[in-house]
Design a protein around this ligand. Structure first.
Ligand code: PLP
Length: 376
């Protein structure tokens, strides 16, 4: 089955006695042993049939053997990072999701050595991975600068050191990028974003091929209790069915808006992996099936007026939903980062990030043009 069919059909065994064409929402916390032959369900902190259906779906969608789902992307990250022991070293890309940055910083308290490196620079990546390392963590494209990291190249270096490679695949979604194909060991998703796609449910996932790794994730989840509810699993499973059509539309509109921004008054730079001038363009063209629907740009006008000047773009954090969003990382998502660190990384006050939804492209273009003019 091809991707657009898999997102609709995966994990959807028809419910025997009733013939319902969608998986039922199981809300039971506990299961009667003698009513099952053989007994497979025990307690919902470990497993639940609605959760299991979603896991089969997301594993198949990403072309992997296993998937474990979680109550949020952060919950999935917490479980993945729980593999690290005191004295071990984690190498993480520098432009990383704010929540991940806080989690890995917290690991230092437990004696884990943490190095943040620009892994989109092949020389810096090689130098960082020349020493002992237990885990390499990367996002590509990164947030909000949309830097592109070569998953295959980093995985080769990491595996030579025996390190595990975790790719946060939230920005690309399984529709555009499948990290395990490029040698990564684990693909992480905040399913809150593109996978569920409607900004109405939190969720996370860890996708992998190795059964022992999967077992470690589900064992940790059972103990940590960071499981999603049956209702949440149903919503994510319902959302993923339209992933293919949503992303197709979102990418097409993003490309139109990139063209608009390149010529727009006040826009001094457009960051988008689909542009031939983007430093990661070549890797992106190989690694991603399309350049995505997140656009960052630098704006010479008044950013606050631009944010307030849009009608259709909600000024909000998060991304990947059906509704278009606009945000200023320096004021919003990346505000907790110390100013000098943020600015040195290129996340300056004039940087604006768009997440393109599925609205009519002409309406979005008109709205953006009005707002860009309002800020000048
Ligand atoms: C949102 C996000 C997360 C965290 O996911 P939550 O579902 O909000 O916990 C992790 N990584 C990236 C890239 C994200 O955008």
């Amino acid at each position: 089955m091809r991707f657009a069919t898999r997102v609709v059909h995966s994990g959807h065994e028809v419910d025997g006695p009733h013939g319902s064409v969608v998986p039922p929402i199981h809300v039971a916390t506990t299961y009667d042993r003698f009513a099952q032959d053989p007994p497979t369900h025990f307690y919902s902190r470990g497993e639940n049939p609605t959760m299991a259906a979603l896991e089969r779906c997301l594993a198949e969608v990403e072309g992997a053997a296993h998937c474990a789902v979680f109550s949020s992307g952060q919950a999935a990250a917490t479980t993945a990072l729980s593999l690290l022991s005191p004295g071990q070293r984690l190498v993480c890309c520098d432009d990383v999701y704010g929540g991940t940055h806080a989690l890995i910083t917290g690991l230092r308290r437990f004696g884990v050595l943490v190095d943040q490196v620009d892994l989109s620079d092949q020389d810096l990546a090689a130098a960082a991975l020349a020493d002992d390392v237990a885990m390499v963590w990367l996002e590509t494209p990164t947030n909000p600068l949309l830097k592109v990291i070569d998953i295959a190249a980093v995985s080769r270096l990491a595996h030579a050191r025996g390190a595990l490679v975790v790719v946060d695949n939230t920005f690309a979604s399984p529709a555009l990028q499948q990290p395990l194909r490029w040698g990564a060991d684990v693909s992480l998703h905040s399913t809150t974003k593109f996978v569920a796609g409607h900004s109405d449910v939190l969720g996370g996932a860890l996708v992998c091929d190795d059964p022992a790794l999967h077992r470690a994730f589900t064992d940790h989840r059972t103990l940590a209790g960071n499981v999603p509810s049956g209702m949440d699993c149903f919503l994510v499973h319902r959302g993923v069915k339209t992933l293919s059509v949503r992303v197709e539309r979102q990418v097409r509109t993003a490309q139109t808006l990139v063209d608009l921004l390149l010529d727009a008054p006040g826009v001094t730079e457009v960051l988008y992996p689909g542009l031939p001038t983007h430093p990661g363009h070549e890797i992106a063209a190989r690694q991603l099936s399309a350049p995505g629907s997140i656009i960052s740009f630098r704006y010479a006008g008044q950013v606050e007026k631009l944010l307030a000047g849009t009608d259709l773009f909600a000024c909000a954090v998060s991304l990947g939903g059906v509704r278009s969003l606009i945000e200023c990382p320096a004021l919003m998502t990346h505000r907790p980062i110390p100013v000098e660190v943020r600015v040195a990384a290129g996340i300056t006050d004039d940087l604006v990030r768009l997440s393109i939804g599925i609205e009519d492209p002409t309406d979005l273009a008109d709205d953006l043009t009005t707002a860009l003019t309002a800020g000048l």
